[in-house]
Each structure stands twice: as structure tokens, then as C-alpha cells.
Design a protein around this ligand. Structure first.
Ligand code: FES
Ligand SMILES: [Fe+2]
Length: 463
């Protein structure tokens, strides 16, 4: 575990906090990634130049394993959702068998009409223009006035498809028929999530937010905790921003990074005498806002184990509500914010401190716009019955999470804080004067951004 960062008397580094955990750590918190990304310049035009976006489409989106959706979004045979990457790639992700998925091109074989615009179901995928129909595995099934067409058959006019594979309930696609299998691209994720996989979780809330910024601008706003001091300053009394641990695991195909931001410790920005009691109470308040009706006990931070007390409280009330035994879950996975990123578009959080899933995608033609999809997840209940996956709540460019996505509870406010910056980052990069058009990154706290950009350069063949 990294020993870098800024600590205080009341806010040790994550590496030390983890040694004080009341339980043994799962692999996802024990692993250390030692890759140090080279300091390469990152030019702002990467975020707005249409030529760069075109290169990303051709060399990255069309050739990379990427997160499309969750299996639980399409629970029945014939259920499907569209997966769009800007205006350059559109697929239909469909369940074609009890345990079989297809990723079909979302374009009619007759005259090209887009076939699926929204989540839908049924045994036929039917074109709204003249009514050609395909079955869920992509074979042509019915053509009105078939006598009028020469040389069409079930297979000659099936819907072309791309590679699709799953990991822990996540559906990934790769348009490149010659790519290596998904498992080679997951890097250390299977090892890190062993025994804590999202196969045993489900989506309880799901927002799709349009943003006036490039997809990388949005992604990078979530790769560091350096912005907490300014953007989320109201969280400083209970968030270990500067003692956050950052790790990177590099391999030929799998590009993974992680941050662990501890909660229930006061930020080192507040000095050595910041209150451990206020830190414990702040986190208790945050978790109780997310669990209305659950009584909040009094926590005593004077004996130095407030984090364990908070974790005990969450193990008990979550375990009871879900009918699960959470007694082996360590303190950190109950209360801290641990986020893994897999290149290019997948953010997956570990444990129940901040149980989110992120997906970043270009939107339409304009590199200055994108889609941020975020899900809140929960462990599957102990009765084995999988609750339905939440429906997507679409938020437009000017919608606030606090107004339109109350299902995210206290997190709505945090997302609104992040979202308020994002269009301004994009605007400012576009108007930067000559000589000031490159990012200046922190070597430790912003290393995941550097790593992501270095990987992107490599994938695009720009090195
Ligand atoms: S364009 Fe699809 S059936 Fe005619
Ligand atoms: Fe943030």
C-alpha cells in the first residue's frame, strides 16, 4: 500500500488505517499496484478536437472491450437495450437465451433504420419502417412481401454482431472480431473482486445524465480525491481526502487503477486538532440519510475505534434488512470509498461504503458532450430472490440530481457539486491561450489521470 499522501495526527494514511481494521482484509483491499505512469504532456485539444474524437472511435471504441450494461437489465429472453457510443457505434444488447447474450448492430438490413431506441422486449426485433423482423439471436425471421426481394435468407440478412462476454453480471462488448478474450482485458479485477463480486449485487438506482463536456473530462473528475478540498469542502470534517491511496496495475491488455478514500477521519487540511468525534458523527449522518428509519446510535470516538463502531452498525442494520451475514466484511469495505477504473469506460466500486458503478460515453457528434451513467447497487438479499433492476432515470443537460434523482439520497448533493464543475472545465480548456494548453497534474494524487491518458495514447498509436 502506498505510503504517499498527506496525513495528520487524527487522519493517518490509508495504509495505516487498514492495519487497524477489526477484520482481515479481502483481496480487493490487500492488493498493491506499483505501476508509475510516465509524465507525458496532456494537451487540452484531446478533449474537444473532432479529429481526436474520430481517432478514439476508430482505434479505441471499435477495438476495445467496454462496459455496455448489466445482465439484470435484460432478465428475460428477448429483453434488449441500446448501447450507443457517440454517433459512431450503436448496438442492441439482447438476451438471446437463458444465459446467452448477443450484441447486434442497431441498423436495419433493409434500408438502415435504427431498430431499438429504448429498453424493450419480445421475441421479435421489428423495424418500425417496413416491418422486417429478426429473432433475438439476430436471424432474419420475417420480411413483408418477401417475393419482392431477390437473394435474401435467414442468414444472408441476419443482423451483424460483435463479440460479447460477461464478468460478475457486467456485459462487455468489443466490435473488433480479432481481439483477445475479455478475460485478458480485465487485468486484476477478477482477483480483486473475488468473493465480493457484483454477480451478488443488483442495481437499485440508475441515472443517465447528459453533460456538456467530453467523456474524458467527466471520467477524470472522478479519478482523484484532490478536488474534495475545494469542490466538496462540506465533506472535509469526515473525509480523508489527502490520505487517499492510489494504485495502478498495468499489463499488456488490462489497465486498472484504484483509489481508496477513507471516511470517518477528518481531512488533514483541517490540521492535527480536527475532531475525530465530528468525523464519526458526520459519516453516521451521511449513512443514516441513505437509510431512512434506521435508528442512529451514539458513536464514541474517544477510544480511537470509531471506524469499527460505524462498520459494526452498518453490518448489523444492512445484514438485518437483507437477511445476510455480513460479519466477515471488514471495516473499510463497510464505510470507505474504494473505486476501481478499468480502461476505457468502466468505474466499479468495491464494498458498501460507496456502492456505485460508473460508465462514461461520448454523446452524439459533438466531442464537447457526453453521457455519464451512474448506478447505486446493493447486495442481493439472502432469500435468493433477485429484485428487479432499477429503470433508467434520464437527466438532461440542465437537470440537477437533487431535483430529479432523489433515489440517490445524500449522494445527489455530492454529484451536483461534481456536475457544477464539469461544463466549466470543458469551456476553460477550449479557451486556453497559446502556451497554456496542457494540464499540470499532481504526480501522486492525479496519477490515475496520467495513467489513463498514457494508455489512451498507446491504444491510439500516438506514442
Ligand atoms: S428500413 Fe427497416 S424494414 Fe425497411
Ligand atoms: Fe467529486
Amino acid at each position: 500500500m502506498s505510503k504517499q499522501g498527506m496525513s495528520s495526527r487524527v487522519c493517518p494514511l490509508v495504509s495505516e488505517l487498514l492495519t487497524q481494521d477489526s477484520r482481515s482484509l479481502p483481496p480487493g483491499l490487500k492488493m498493491v499496484g506499483n505501476h508509475v505512469p510516465a509524465a507525458q504532456p496532456i494537451s487540452f485539444d484531446r478533449y474537444y478536437d473532432p479529429a481526436f474524437a474520430k481517432l478514439e472511435m476508430e482505434r479505441m471504441w471499435m477495438k476495445t472491450w467496454q462496459f455496455a450494461c448489466r445482465e439484470e437489465d435484460i432478465p428475460e429472453i428477448g429483453d434488449r437495450v441500446p448501447y450507443d457510443v457517440g454517433s459512431g457505434l450503436s448496438l442492441i444488447i439482447v438476451r438471446s437465451g437463458p444465459r446467452e447474450f448477443r450484441a447486434l448492430y442497431n441498423s436495419c438490413r433493409h434500408r438502415g433504420t435504427r431498430l431499438v431506441n429504448a429498453p424493450s422486449s419480445g421475441t421479435s426485433i421489428r423495424c418500425p419502417f417496413h416491418g422486417w423482423e429478426w429473432n433475438p439471436s439476430g436471424e432474419l425471421k420475417h420480411v413483408p412481401c418477401e417475393w419482392d426481394f431477390d437473394g435474401i435468407s435467414k442468414t444472408s440478412h441476419s443482423l451483424p454482431q460483435v463479440q460479447v462476454d460477461t464478468w460478475e453480471g457486467f456485459i462487455f462488448v468489443n466490435p473488433d472480431p480479432n481481439s483477445k478474450p475479455l478475460k485478458d482485458s480485465l487485468g486484476i479485477l477478477p482477483q480483486a473482486f473475488e468473493g465480493r463480486g457484483h454477480g451478488q449485487r443488483y442495481t437499485v438506482a440508475h441515472v443517465s445524465k447528459k453533460l456538456r463536456a467530453n467523456w474524458k473530462t467527466v471520467l477524470e473528475a472522478f479519478l482523484e480525491a484532490y478536488h474534495v478540498v475545494e469542490t466538496h469542502s462540506d465533506a472535509l470534517p469526515f473525509t480523508g481526502d489527502t490520505c487517499t491511496a492510489y494504485d495502478i496495475w498495468e499489463s499488456d491488455e488490462g489497465h486498472v487503477s484504484r483509489l481508496i478514500t477513507p471516511s470517518a477521519v477528518p481531512s488533514a487540511h483541517l490540521g492535527d486538532n480536527a475532531s475525530a468525534q465530528v468525523a464519526a458523527d458526520g459519516v453516521a449522518m451521511f449513512f443514516s440519510m441513505a437509510a431512512p428509519g434506521v435508528p442512529m446510535p451514539k458513536f464514541d470516538a474517544s477510544n480511537g475505534n470509531a471506524r469499527s463502531q460505524l462498520a459494526d452498525w452498518r453490518r448489523a442494520f444492512m445484514g438485518q434488512a437483507l437477511g445476510l451475514d455480513l460479519s466477515d466484511r471488514c471495516d473499510s469495505e463497510m464505510i470507505d470509498s474504494t473505486q476501481y477504473h478499468l480502461f476505457p469506460n468502466f468505474g466499479v466500486w468495491f464494498g458498501d461504503g460507496l456502492p456505485l458503478i460508473y460508465q462514461f460515453l461520448p454523446y452524439g457528434e459533438d466531442p464537447n458532450e457526453s453521457i455519464f451513467n451512474v448506478r447505486l447497487t446493493a447486495p442481493l438479499p439472502g432469500n435468493g430472490i433477485r429484485p428487479p433492476s432499477a429503470k433508467i432515470n434520464h437527466l438532461d443537460f440542465d437537470d440537477y440530481f437533487s431535483d430529479k434523482a432523489p433515489e440517490f439520497g445524500p449522494l445527489s448533493h455530492v454529484f451536483d457539486q461534481d456536475m457544477s464543475n464539469i461544463p466549466n472545465i470543458q469551456k476553460g480548456m477550449r479557451t486556453a491561450p497559446k502556451g497554456a494548453t496542457k494540464a499540470t497534474l499532481g504526480r501522486y494524487q492525479e496519477q490515475r489521470i496520467q495513467y489513463f491518458q498514457n494508455t489512451l495514447s498507446r491504444v491510439l498509436g500516438l506514442e
